[in-house]
Design a protein around this ligand. Sequence first.
Ligand SMILES: [Zn+2]
Length: 422
Amino acid sequence: MLMKTLLNHVQPFKGFVYKDAKLTKSYDKFEWPEDRIVFEIIPRKNSKAFCSGCGIQAPGYDTLPVRLYDYLPVLGVLTYFAYARRRVKCPDCGVKAEMVPWANGNSQLTLTLQWYLAGWAKDLSWKAVASKFRVSWDSVCRSVEMAVEWGLDHRNLNGIKSIGVDEIAHAKGHKYLTLVYQIDADMRRLLWIGNDRTEECLKGFFTWFGRARSNRIQAICSDMWKPYLNVIKELIPNALHVLDRFHIAQHLGKAIDEVRAEEHRKLQENGYEAILTKTKWLLLRNRKNLKEDQEVSMKELLKYNLKTMKAYLLKEEFSLFWTYSSPAWAGKFLDQWCTKVMRSKIEPLKKKAKMLRRHKPLILNWFKAKGELSSGVVEGLNLKAKLTARKSYGFKNPEMQKIALYHQLGKLPTPEWTHKFC
Ligand SMILES: [Zn+2]
């Protein structure tokens, strides 16, 4: 009895009443009886039913057998709503089951439970949520899907001034997703996901975003990837376009790694000591961030006359570039650095220097945007996106990976009442 009163208070549904709460037995997968609580629901007297096809009120037709809807576990016991849906004779849809306010369509899960599961699925793996709350993995999936759909429909896209374009590998092999983030100081979130990294793909973002909103974008951060550059130039020529620091560091890092791998292979072929073994991450780090023991290994490595170390020192030298405040002086530094690299005979790094030269004006825009665009933002979002994508590699349906990304990075809104639970 008390349960019924509580529910009427915390989760009333217009047109329906809780009739009774029963403690019954069910059988788990090992055929063991276990307690469960079933809340019986009936339509309020004289209340009308609404068609689940179109949502309009329609005359009654008949009543379906009672079915159970999974609700939040209470006191450690699985609980359900039990309700016999009425069917209506809708002038537009024909004979249809009625709409119920606690569940979407034919779902066996109540919306309350779905929001609850979706909330947990941000902090725990979907598998962990399934096992913790004793639902199927599929139920967690559908809950997250529901939450993302609702969130995408209800989010506010006004006032977006800065965006970042990024890409992540989305499966093994070389398949990429284009991600567009909002990177304003007061709101950083994933806005959009495209299935490729072509011009057409990024154009898809601007078509979706709309002309009026696109015109209000003041700054955009991206990588040096040609298709992105072309589209940005064509579609939002007035926005300040910045090639962000994080992507440039990524390029230099890749070059160093190529040099290292090649030299490592050669050293081994010629029977030298494997001095470059396990140095990949050491070389990718900024020297000033090295821990004490790493600094010792670094000093050791620097004693050898290795191409890798020359490349590493050049990369380290480049970090000075970001300390300039005047674009003119930064530009001079960039020219000198590129000249030095071009003389170095280190092919992978030379390629990157050529690329930097080619994009010099866009790179120098970084100094114009200083203070407004933080270089760490895209990097942070990229890391989080990669982590989420990696966790969802195993998903059979590739669309689920996108849903996982929106769920984790979209800062999607939730209905007011869910804040009590999630
Ligand atoms: Zn209808």
